[in-house]
Design a protein around this ligand. Structure first.
Ligand SMILES: *Cc1c(COP(=O)(O)O)cnc(C)c1O
Length: 496
């Protein structure tokens, strides 16, 4: 399959798109056209296990990868998930389901893709005939960094370096990253917020001078951030899998539409749902849930993306984002795949912090999406009430999603003309990953220590504590370095 840039003429293979991460013109790679999954193919996926379903979906895009080898890599990746199922669907009540994507090695949904990306990248280098070592640079709001470190640790021919905002990740996230094992890893805190980290990394990717310096050391840059198509592709698979599970458990009939609510930050997860829909999955509305950093909600209300606004630190740090990178791929689609217009808008965004779309694009969006946001108090109330009513504890990000999903359901309930479909809320992290905030939401109690929080939640909910979180308590802290956004590349050179 051929991939094109959202900003211009560049055409590459899937392997190249993954190895390069970002197009030379600064655009993101998108498939030249969406591959179809026909109703009979969807039918055939019902009898498959999760890795088989994922291989089927991925191979539609990455057809130069050998199918058997891809399947073997996916089996290996998802065998690291606890309890054998990588993406279980849990029924809460009639018409309401949770898609749990947090059973991987770092307890957040990023594992769904980042356990697979090392294979896609290494194989991609082989397919492209690349001989250099690869340096992965990651800017993280918390969960990506750890999942990437875990995925790439000790991968041959690859080094990985992660930058995180010094004051912008949870204690548990920081501890997870700073205790990372592996000989090829480095973790550095940046004085600033996530957007400062992301801008710093993007600058390095955009600089010919930086790339030349790295080439002297025999390193080629690549990214594990969610703009890489190798991150997006494995995420498309779980929407298909959730749908299949709804059919096989007789919650829906084949062909019925399903809605999804996705807690959104960089717009990667929900974009994957949109791709699934474009491939033919029967999806109704995609509900885009934001926290107090509601730049997306405002965008879809007004048609103007305005990133010049206060940045709030919330209990759902992986969604504390003002510039949602993957939105570019959706804007490209809504514009009728107008690369020149997309380029202009993205230039406006970097120059002025804002851009607007046309009324008809907004209309096209509203046919497929609903956007909503929620504040901290509403999120806490929702988490508490949900646990009280169903005995189901959820993490803070999922709490944002549930709160917006409930609001959407109430709105639909009142509207006699609206189509009604079952709702799947995407659960993106284990409650144990944000123990202090989750404990506070469920009981009103504050604890100073994350591990005390874990213990209390365990007593309260009887939910199993993930082994990987138990273990870090006794691991030594290996990385303590803090730098300024201007010095990020110096740190990179020290590392290679
Ligand atoms: C990354 C993350 C999100 C946001 O996902 P995007 O793909 O960036 O929109 C939501 N919840 C959790 C727990 C995350 O780690």
């Amino acid at each position: 399959m051929v991939f094109i840039s959202t900003r211009g003429e560049e055409k590459v293979t899937g392997a190249q798109a993954i190895v390069q991460g970002i197009a030379k013109d600064g655009g993101l790679f998108v498939p030249e056209k969406f591959p179809a999954v026909t109703p009979s193919e969807l039918e055939s996926m019902l009898g498959m296990d999760y890795p088989e379903r994922a291989a089927f979906v991925l191979h539609k895009y990455l057809d130069e990868y050998d199918h058997e080898e891809l399947l073997a890599a996916l089996k290996k990746a998802y065998s690291q998930f606890e309890d054998g199922d990588a993406a279980p669907l849990v029924r809460v009540e009639n018409g309401m389901y949770m898609l749990e994507l947090f059973h991987g090695p770092t307890c957040a949904f990023k594992d769904m893709a980042l356990t697979v990306l090392p294979y896609l990248l290494r194989k991609g280098c082989d397919l492209c005939g690349i001989k250099e070592n690869v340096l992965i640079l990651v800017a993280t709001s918390g969960d990506t960094g750890k999942a990437a470190l875990e995925g790439f640790k000790d991968a041959p021919g690859i080094k990985i370096m992660v930058f995180y905002p010094d004051d912008g990740v949870s204690k548990m996230q920081k501890l997870q990253m700073c205790t990372q094992e592996g000989e090829n890893v480095n973790v550095v805190a940046v004085r600033g917020n996530f957007d400062d980290c992301q801008t710093g990394v993007k600058k390095i990717f955009g600089s010919e001078e930086c790339k030349a310096k790295l080439k002297e050391k025999n390193y080629l840059l690549s990214s594990a951030n969610s703009i890489n198509f190798g991150r997006l592709a494995p995420q498309i698979a779980y929407y298909f899998s959730a749908y299949c599970d709804l059919v096989t458990s007789e919650q829906i009939k084949m062909g019925d539409k399903v809605n999804f609510t996705v807690p959104t930050g960089n717009f990667g997860n929900i974009l994957a749902a949109y791709y699934a829909k474009r491939m033919g999955l029967p999806v109704g509305t995609l509900v885009c849930a934001s926290n107090k950093n509601n730049v997306l909600t405002d965008f879809w209300a007004k048609g103007t993306y305005d990133s010049k606004r206060p940045f709030y630190k919330t209990m759902s740090p992986s969604m504390d984002i003002l510039v949602s990178s993957n939105l570019e791929r959706l804007i490209f689609e809504l514009s009728g795949r107008d690369a020149a217009l997309t380029r202009e808008r993205m230039q406006q965004l970097s120059a002025t912090g804002r851009y607007s779309i046309r009324a008809e694009e907004l209309k096209a969006y509203k046919k497929e999406f609903f956007a909503g946001c929620t504040n901290e108090a509403e999120t806490v109330d929702c988490m508490y009430e949900f646990f009280d009513e169903y005995g189901y504890p959820m993490d803070t990000h999922t709490g944002v999603a549930m709160s917006v999903a409930q609001r959407y359901e109430e709105m639909i309930e009142k509207d006699p003309s609206a189509e009604k479909h079952p709702m799947v809320v995407v659960s993106t992290a284990s409650p144990y990953k944000f123990p202090q905030d989750v404990l506070y939401a469920l009981t009103g109690n504050d604890v100073k220590d994350s591990f005390k929080g874990i213990k209390r939640i365990n007593l309260l909910t009887a939910m199993k504590v993930p082994e990987s979180l138990k273990a870090i308590r006794y691991k030594p802290v290996r990385f303590k370095q803090v730098t300024s956004p201007e010095k990020m590349f110096d740190e990179v050179m020290k590392f290679v």
